[in-house]
Design a protein around this ligand. Structure first.
Ligand code: SF4
Length: 254
């Protein structure tokens, strides 16, 4: 009798076949690689926990922080915020997005027109050229979508490590560290007692900031440090007395 095509002959008895199949599929599966959680010392854990708590009652709200923002909108905000105070960006951000809602709109606009729309931010000639180039590159090389990979982001005009990580963190929810002068000042003061930044010879700021990020909460943590640097641990006139980590801060400890 001709066998049915689906019931191929096997030397293994039928009752064992399913067990063999299961064993084989388990053996051929790649082991899952779990990223090991960095071990924080007590002061680091305390810093993270208190900053997150402080943030709950002290967060700053900006239009680009709304959860519904697209990666393009987050990227535009980060480019505008470079070397510019937030209040200036608030003044132009939403009107800019209304006029240029997509990378395609930037790509087809004239540099002169973009310049006029962002004049108040300063550096408007460079920025306007950058925005147009950005629109074209995203359109030509990424089909109009913002890439989420670090290397692809860093290859966009005007985008360095900080902005790439900001987009990965705030738009794509990845645990990506941010380090700018404010971050560096806070971490340097709290953990090394240095007034300006992480001192030479100490762990690289990016590695250190990455280590502190609580898994799955980088958005909250990064905003917390940014707001803390702006409201409490300011470059000039730091408010040590109102600081939630003044008992563990190496900058003020005797
Ligand atoms: S105690 Fe002062 S220097 Fe230290 S983190 Fe707080 S505000 Fe900054």
């Amino acid at each position: 009798m001709q066998r049915a095509a689906s019931a191929a002959y096997s030397p293994i008895p039928g009752s064992l076949r399913s067990s063999w199949g299961l064993l084989f599929s388990l053996a051929s599966q790649k082991p899952k690689i779990r990223r090991r959680r960095p071990v924080l010392v007590k002061s680091e854990r305390t810093f993270v926990r208190r900053l997150l708590k402080w943030y709950q009652g002290n967060r700053r709200d900006f239009p680009w922080r709304e959860a519904s923002r697209t990666p393009y909108e987050v990227l535009v905000a980060e480019l505008m915020l470079q070397k510019t105070i937030a209040i200036k960006v608030v003044g132009v951000y939403e009107a800019f997005l209304e006029k240029y809602p997509t990378p395609a709109a930037l790509a087809t606009a004239s540099v002169a027109e973009i310049m006029g729309d962002i004049e108040v931010l300063g550096l408007h000639v460079v920025r306007a050229k950058g925005f147009k180039e950005l629109g074209k590159k995203i359109l030509d090389e990424h089909g109009g979508e913002i890439p989420r990979e670090k290397d692809a982001l860093e290859a966009l005009p005007g985008v360095g490590r900080y902005i790439a990580n900001a987009v990965r963190c705030f738009a794509f929810g990845e645990d990506a560290a941010l380090v700018d002068t404010n971050f560096s000042r806070v971490l340097g003061r709290v953990f090394y007692g240095d007034g300006k930044s992480l001192p030479p010879g100490k762990p690289d700021s990016w590695v250190f900031a990455q280590k502190l990020i609580p898994r799955g909460r980088s958005r909250e943590f990064n905003y917390a440090v940014l707001d803390f640097a702006s409201k409490i641990c300011k470059a000039k006139g730091a408010r040590h007395e109102a600081c939630p980590v003044n008992d563990i801060c190496a900058f003020v400890r005797p």
